[in-house]
Structures are given as structure tokens and as C-alpha cells.
Design a protein. Sequence first.
Length: 95
Amino acid sequence: MAVEILARLKTKPEYAQAVRELLLTVVDETHKEEGCEEYQLHVDIEHSHHFIMIEKWRSQSDLDKHSHSMHMKALKSVMEKYFIELSLFNVSHRM
């Protein structure tokens, strides 16, 4: 069963550009992963330090592998420095 994730990320404003570049690298690498059906980065027009990731994975197993990939480990290693808030929503079940 497909897994869909919505991630909301809020960075410290002074790190918005660095985070944007890092997230674009994560997007590029993630598109190469097996089971990645969709992986989109969006930025709030009014708040350049607010990001939304929209993800769709073929299976939970594929998402789990993604979570342990090198580029995700690199992102996780800077979260404390760059991020104010991270919210993950599993939106796989439609109403």
C-alpha cells in the first residue's frame, strides 16, 4: 500500500537559504530512490523559511529505507542547528 507523507519544516530565518539548498539536494537524491513515487519541495511565498515536503512512497518499507539514506542522515545531522519546528503527517488514508 502506498504511503503519503506531508512534512512541514520551519527553519531559523537566517538559515533559510542554506536549508533550501540542502533540501534541494535531498530532493534530487530522493528521486533516485527505489519506491519514490513523488517527492516535492514547496516554500511559503510569505515566509521563505517555511517549507513543505509532499512525499509518496510505494510502500512503508521504501519509506523506511529512505529514512536511513545518507542524504537523510546528513539532513538529520543539522536539524538542531537549522530547524525550529518539524511536523510529519501520514496522510495515506483519505476521508
